[in-house]
Design a protein around this ligand. Structure first.
Ligand code: UD1
Ligand code: UDP
Length: 379
């Protein structure tokens, strides 16, 4: 059997986390020639993942610009990724999720009639403005991808409802669980990889830790201000402390620095690398987040998550009882967090480990599907 060339395209932190297990697996498998193109849509936060995962891309487009607009970013991505595909001429292009890089990678492949395999396919909130612009990015990719690796049955069913050919839809689980297992195994073997939070753990000894992340574009402005106000009010409690690795987006940093810098019980810190973020998930009593990935990781670890968004395309965590949608209104966030902090029964009802997003074997399934699928034109 001839080897098939797979070009894996990604550019942001969450894509890198969810694709490094696949990059490792393709690299180790003689049935494939694995090529990797990073767009550099993120710089520092992408590089943190490449480093810990030991991935050296074959192409790095380095497209990131400060406070980049969606249209200029899209233009740079589409032309840059297209040129890489002309050079590489892969049999398949793999993209993940819903970022601008994923959408442009898929579109550039489609323009060249290269089949696209979509990892984490089928997530739908049903609202094109939440998450924005990710809901539409996913729909674009889903409309022409040849292989759809849905993390759950719910996601697979959403694709079927859009009349996508069921032959291309496969429920694989989410590769984020594979990544989480990989990183926790690494930390068990090399605890020093996650030891830099020790000074904060000492500073906040005796307090319950709330981990916070926030970055969604649709929350810029009023939403971010609501989140910041909620954190400020919760930080007035003596018995809690917040650890908040602040996303590098300047629209996030300005609000959070203006509203929260200098508070005793709030540590605004730089984005954590993946081992240290796994450590934060481990020591946290509770997570407040608008992140997609954190909504998937926290249930696997039995950590209650308050999701600071109006909708979620990941209803499985809410259905499993580990996640609750609370929006961005400060009163609501404070009330829901206070309930979990003060009502032991409410807390333990949420603090149960669930794995609605996968069993850690998604990558393996995806590799076998990529190996088994008939190449277009070779049937
Ligand atoms: C992007 C994705 C979003 C994903 C998020 C994960 C799109 C449209 N958005 O949003 O789906 O949930 O990544 O974090 O694809 N920046 C840095 N260094 C970095 C990363 C970002 O300085 O390592 C700053 C830059 O000023 C950059 C800005 O953040 O211009 C925005 O980055 P961008 O990737 O456009 O948007 P995100 O909000 O990060
Ligand atoms: N994460 C990280 N360091 C941080 C914050 C998050 O490594 O300081 C990881 C987290 O474990 C998850 C992913 O980044 O796997 C989520 O990325 P993000 O919230 O930026 O994007 P989203 O998932 O919302 O697209």
């Amino acid at each position: 059997m001839s080897t098939r060339t797979i070009l894996t395209v990604f550019g942001t932190r969450p894509e890198a986390i969810k694709l490094f297990p696949l990059c490792h697996a393709l690299e180790a498998d003689p049935r494939f020639e694995s090529r990797i193109c990073v767009s550099g849509q993120h710089r520092g936060m992408l590089d943190q993942v490449l480093e810990i995962a030991g991935i050296v891309p074959h192409h790095d487009l380095d497209v990131m610009q400060p406070d980049q607009s969606l249209d200029a970013l899209t233009a740079r991505l589409l032309t840059g990724l297209g040129a890489v595909m002309d050079e590489e001429r892969p049999d398949w292009v793999v993209v993940q999720g819903d970022t601008a890089t994923a959408m442009c990678g898929a579109l550039a492949a489609y323009y060249r009639k290269i089949p696209v395999a979509h990892v984490e396919a089928g997530l739908r909130s049903g609202n094109i403005h939440h998450p924005w612009p990710e809901e539409v990015n996913r729909k674009v990719i889903g409309s022409f991808a040849a292989l759809h690796f849905a993390p759950t049955e719910t996601a697979a069913n959403a694709l079927k409802r859009e009349n996508i050919d069921p032959a291309g839809i496969h429920v694989t689980g989410n590769t984020v669980i594979d990544a989480l297992h990989w990183i926790t195994d690494r930390i068990d073997r090399e605890p020093r990889l996650a030891c830099d939070l020790a000074p904060l753990e000492k500073r906040f000894a005796g307090k319950r830790i709330i981990g916070v992340t926030s970055h969604r574009r649709e929350n810029f402005g009023g939403g971010m201000e609501g989140i910041a106000e909620a954190i400020r009010r919760l930080a007035a409690r003596e018995d809690v402390a917040m650890i908040f690795p602040v996303h590098l987006n300047p629209n996030v940093r300005k609000v959070m620095n203006d509203e929260l810098a200098g508070l005793d019980n709030v540590a605004l810190i730089e984005p954590l690398d993946y081992p240290h973020f796994a450590r934060l998930l481990d020591i946290a009593t509770l997570m407040l987040t608008d992140s997609g990935g954190v909504q998937e990781e926290a249930p696997a670890l039995g950590k209650p998550v308050l999701v600071m968004r109006e909708t979620t395309e990941r209803p499985e965590g809410v259905e499993a009882g580990t996640a609750r949608l609370v929006g961005t209104d400060a009163d609501r966030i404070v009330a829901e967090a206070t309930r979990l902090l003060d009502d032991e029964a409410a807390y333990s009802a949420m603090a149960k480990a669930h794995n609605p997003f996968g069993d850690g074997k998604a990558t393996q399934r995806i590799v076998e599907l990529l190996a088994a699928v008939t190449l277009p034109g070779s049937a």
